[in-house]
Design a binder for this molecule. Structure first.
Ligand SMILES: Cc1cc2nc3c(=O)[nH]c(=O)nc-3n(C[C@H](O)[C@H](O)[C@H](O)COP(=O)(O)O)c2cc1C
Length: 235
């Protein structure tokens, strides 16, 4: 016991002298340093013959917004994907947010290309996903996904040889399955919260822990959380 006490005492003294404990961080190669977790989208396109395609894209997000009138999103797609060829040809795509119930189909759309040699693989026919004609752009929305957006490309950016091409697009319409809306408690009239989407996130990297994850429980809104912790903070 005495020995234990003295070891404990030395450890406390050492910790006090060293200052606050720092978690150990390991530096990764830059290109593998991912932003984790990633959101998951199914990007809908069609080729010149009108054949539909859907691919999983996690390099995507909101590029910007102008008030409540305009929103811009981006998707980054490798030029070798049929999806990239379709976007290059037509300048449009749809961004569809899958829920838990479309994960198996998403797995297929993220692993199989629509073009395999001279064969065309209609991923909608294989998975049973339903292509829905948009009202704004010539690209299929996915009926089963609770949220779909029709997007028109306004700018493209390549980051050099071997990089993804980033397509920045204006959102022309947003379609939400009314079964996932929470009714009237949104702060913004006309902008109900689609909180009942059984959303999923993606942890990349391969290996046992990577893959699709369900989102857990609501933790609280930003304001209510920070005001609990920092009651005197001024906004
Ligand atoms: C979880 C996941 C995320 C992916 N993210 C991207 C991405 O951000 N960009 C990309 O070009 N491909 C991405 N892919 C790969 C494409 O979905 C895949 O190559 C698909 O087969 C392309 O189909 P297409 O050739 O019919 O367009 C991802 C795949 C998975 C499974």
């Amino acid at each position: 016991m005495r020995k234990l006490m003295s070891v404990f005492g030395v450890a406390v003294l050492f910790a006090l002298a060293a200052g606050p404990a720092m978690a150990a961080k390991v530096e990764l190669p830059k290109a593998n340093g991912r932003i984790i977790p990633a959101t998951l989208f199914l990007v809908g396109t069609s080729d010149k013959e009108g054949r539909p395609d859907a691919a999983v894209i996690d390099r995507a997000g909101i590029a910007g917004a102008v008030g409540k009138e305009k929103m811009f999103v981006y998707v980054s797609v490798r030029p070798s994907r049929q999806t990239a060829r379709n976007i290059d040809a037509k300048g449009v795509f749809t961004l569809n947010v899958p829920s838990r119930s479309q994960l198996e189909q998403a797995g297929f759309c993220g692993s199989v290309s629509a073009i395999s040699g001279d064969q065309y693989i209609d991923k909608f026919a294989v998975t049973g996903l339903t292509p829905v004609k948009g009202s704004q752009v010539d690209a299929p929305m996915i009926q089963e996904c609770p949220i779909s957006m029709e997007c028109k490309v306004v700018k493209t950016k390549s980051f050099g040889e071997g990089s993804h091409t980033m397509y920045i697009a204006e959102v022309k319409s947003v379609w939400i399955d009314d079964s996932v809306l929470n009714g009237s408690d949104s702060k913004f009239p006309g902008y109900p919260n689609p909180v009942k989407v059984d959303s999923i996130l993606y942890y990349p990297g391969g290996g046992a822990g990577s893959g699709f994850y369900s989102i857990g429980q609501r933790q609280g809104a930003s304001e209510e959380l920070f005001k609990t912790k920092y009651p005197d903070a001024k906004q």
